[in-house]
Ligand binder design. Structure first.
Ligand code: PMV
Length: 360
């Protein structure tokens, strides 16, 4: 599908007033998106696990305005309190998606959001937040459209979410999602995420224990990091390698090949951080305790032969990934060896989930 296919056509009258509730999860990239062009178009394909417990819940209240203008009328509330500092990001998001959901100027919006994971835990909430707002807008659009096929609904929700925050497009549906064009993979698109399905059963309830090494604000935002890939000396090689890794990872996910999965996922995490360390200006988001945890994971894997591995987001926290059947041994390992490196001893236990949903 092309971007033009998502422009709203032939809608019947939408409701004058109402509220939509939805929730969307965070996701953790296995092959990393780092570098973008044009309007949120990724420079390489990425693949993620959708999470289950780390979600944003959003209530979108809308009421038809008497005097529509070209400005947007939006108030954002976080944990029931007005959060004016979040509003410019949402307004910018609305400007980007306005041509695809052209009813936005006709309404006053009040957006109430809350996260199930602790605020300032170092877990980015932009993916889950943007995906949950995109679902709310699709619910509004659906009421004015006869027979919207589910496939179109999910693609457009992902398309809109992407324009809010790139990785958000992978938080709409399915447990494993590919975003970006990939040779040999017919469905892959730069415009929205597509399900990778079926994957081997071992991955369907894979565990992700998020070890919170540093809960503070990141010194360099993801937006800045993406921008620094523009003149990065290793950018082209990185984009090429990420595509190769994506192809290999798809095979590992389908075959249940845990050895290849581990090698690819850890290499991707370190490659992402290698890009940061070789940007101009260079920067490091890992902390000494990030490296301590990685060393312990490697030693644990060597000693026990259990398929536990790590990945990293754009931050210091470590995501420890493992099959559910090893949950008790890995949780014991976390308690005895890793918890000492987590800020305030905090770990968030999550697992692969199914995506966003509308709440009644
Ligand atoms: O969606 P953004 O712009 O916040 O970028 C996300 C970048 C990474 O989390 C580091 C990688 C990814 O693919 O999610």
């Amino acid at each position: 599908m092309k971007a033009a296919d998502f422009v709203l056509k032939n809608t019947k009258q939408l409701k004058d007033k109402g509220v939509v509730h939805a929730q969307a999860p965070s996701n953790i990239a296995l092959v990393k998106y780092w570098g973008k062009k044009d309007e949120q178009i990724p420079c390489n394909p990425s693949i993620s696990f959708t999470l289950s417990n780390a979600v944003t819940k959003t209530a979108l209240h809308f009421e038809k305005t008497k005097n529509p203008t070209s400005e947007f009328d939006i108030e954002v509330y976080f944990n029931h309190e007005r959060k004016k500092s979040f509003e410019p990001k949402i307004i910018n998001f609305f400007y980007r998606i306005n041509q695809y959901v052209s009813f936005l100027n006709n309404y006053q919006f009040k957006i109430y959001t809350e996260n199930t994971f602790p605020h300032s835990s170092g877990i980015a909430s932009s993916a889950s937040a943007m995906a949950s707002i995109a679902i709310c807008l699709m619910e509004m659009e659906k009421t004015g459209t006869d027979d919207m096929p589910l496939e179109f609904y999910n693609k457009k929700a992902s398309f809109l979410a992407r324009l809010g925050s790139g990785s958000a497009c992978r938080s709409i549906t399915n447990s494993v999602v590919l975003w970006g064009k990939l040779s040999g993979y017919r469905d892959g698109s730069n415009l929205y995420g597509v399900p990778v399905s079926p994957v081997h059963p071992v991955f369907q309830n894979y565990q992700d224990s998020i070890l919170l090494v540093d809960k503070g604000q990141k010194p360099i935002s993801s937006s800045k990091g993406h921008e620094l890939m523009h003149h990065h000396p290793y950018a082209n090689q990185r984009f090429y390698e990420a595509s190769e890794n994506a192809i290999d990872l798809l095979h590992a996910l389908i075959d249940g090949d845990l050895d290849s999965f581990i090698k690819l996922v850890e290499k991707e995490a370190l490659s992402l951080h290698a890009m940061m360390m070789t940007s101009k200006p260079y920067f490091i988001l890992m902390k000494p305790d990030t490296l301590q945890i990685i060393q312990h994971i490697w030693a644990f894997r060597e000693k026990t032969g259990l398929p536990a591995c790590f990945t990293l987001d754009a931050g210091a926290n470590v995501h420890l990934l493992y099959p559910k059947k090893h949950l008790s041994q890995v949780r014991e390992f976390i308690q005895s060896e890793l918890i000492q490196y987590c800020q305030d001893g905090q770990v968030i236990h999550d697992e692969v989930g199914q995506g966003a949903k509308v709440l009644s």
